[in-house]
Design a protein around this ligand. Structure first.
Ligand SMILES: NC(=O)c1ccc[n+]([C@@H]2O[C@H](COP(=O)([O-])OP(=O)(O)OC[C@H]3O[C@@H](n4cnc5c(N)ncnc54)[C@H](OP(=O)(O)O)[C@@H]3O)[C@@H](O)[C@H]2O)c1
Length: 287
């Protein structure tokens, strides 16, 4: 039986850990705030006190934390970080949404210790994590990918190998930007239609039936009209990802003016106090 370690049991990590437990895997978990591991311990997981302790006997280590800084702390802290305790031959999987530059640095640190590294961020939010329907974008060598794939298949409905380390992270940022740009546009257009005194539900039924509307935008339109803002993909995390798009573009000498503008919209929403709301709450800016 594969021994898996999950570092980070926030909204996404806790759900992924629960799926791994349900599938019968031996699971060790660690989270910075220890209370968030209690339910998983009750369900059969072993709780570790540090990432170092959590990775000691692991075959596969998955990290699902907020950002580059959290990832660095979890993997590389000299005293308690995962790489301080990991054994050669382990596969390290970073599933957080991070910059390609950071995951390439981390991949190099892993290589030095004989650890294979995959950047494997996911599309899909809390319900998809619960239902094991995440979509994986994986960067890394094909041998490590082949070993990890059966575990990723426990958590995901489709697993894409994107290319070498950094490719998964780059694709994930592109997918999130495409999603965020659509939703930011949708929010302002719903506002425009409201101000134009149209029957909004009828107008949205028509718009979402056209080929220009993606399935994701259609679902979000329903949530915006119904004012469903319970956090799935909170505005705060979306803004973080758009920041990473801008940082990456700067590093690569690419231009992302539309993404930069959407980031500003997200920052406006944060300034209004909507940071913990779902991305569908962007509609609040235009009512
Ligand atoms: N929510 C989504 O829809 C979604 C979808 C796909 C991908 N993602 C990505 O998945 C990752 C996790 O998202 P989430 O929704 O699970 O977020 P979350 O609920 O806010 O959880 C964040 C996790 O990161 C940990 N963390 C934050 N800063 C840390 C630090 N400095 N050191 C150690 N741990 C730290 C938190 O620990 P504490 O509990 O101690 O705060 C928590 O375990 C993010 O990269 C996000 O962009 C999210």
């Amino acid at each position: 039986m594969t021994h898996i370690t999950m570092l980070g049991t926030g909204a996404m990590g806790s759900r992924m850990a629960a799926v791994l437990l349900s599938a019968g895997h031996r699971l060790t978990v660690w989270n910075r705030t220890s209370e968030k591991t209690q339910a998983l311990e009750n369900a059969g997981a072993t709780v570790a006190e540090t990432p170092k302790q959590a990775t000691k006997n692991a075959d596969i280590v998955i990290s699902m934390v907020r950002d580059d800084a959290a990832s660095e702390a979890v993997w590389l802290d000299a005293e308690v970080g995962a790489l301080a305790g990991i054994k050669a031959g382990t596969i390290a999987i970073e599933s957080s949404t991070l910059t390609p530059t950071w995951v390439k640095t981390l991949a190099q640190q892993c290589r030095v210790q004989g650890v294979s590294f995959l950047d494997a961020p996911v599309a899909g939010t809390r319900p998809q994590a619960e239902a094991a329907k995440l979509i994986y974008f994986v960067g890394g060598d094909t041998t490590a990918f082949a070993v990890a794939k059966p575990i990723l298949e426990v958590l995901g409905g489709s697993i894409h190998h994107a290319g070498p380390n950094g490719s998964g992270a780059a694709l994930k940022l592109a997918v999130n930007a495409l999603f965020g740009v659509q939703l930011a546009t949708l929010a302002e257009l719903i506002g425009l239609l409201q101000h134009s005194n149209l029957d909004l539900e009828h107008a949205m039924d028509i718009i979402t039936s056209t080929p220009v509307c993606s399935p994701a935008a259609k679902q979000a339109a329903g949530a915006m009209v119904a004012e469903a803002f319970a956090p799935m993909f909170p505005i705060d995390l979306v803004e973080k990802d758009f920041g990473y798009v801008e940082t990456t573009a700067k590093q690569q000498g690419a231009a992302v003016p539309v993404s930069a503008h959407v980031r500003q919209v997200l920052q406006d929403a944060i300034a209004q106090g909507y940071e913990g709301d779902n991305i569908t709450a962007l509609i609040k800016l235009y009512r």
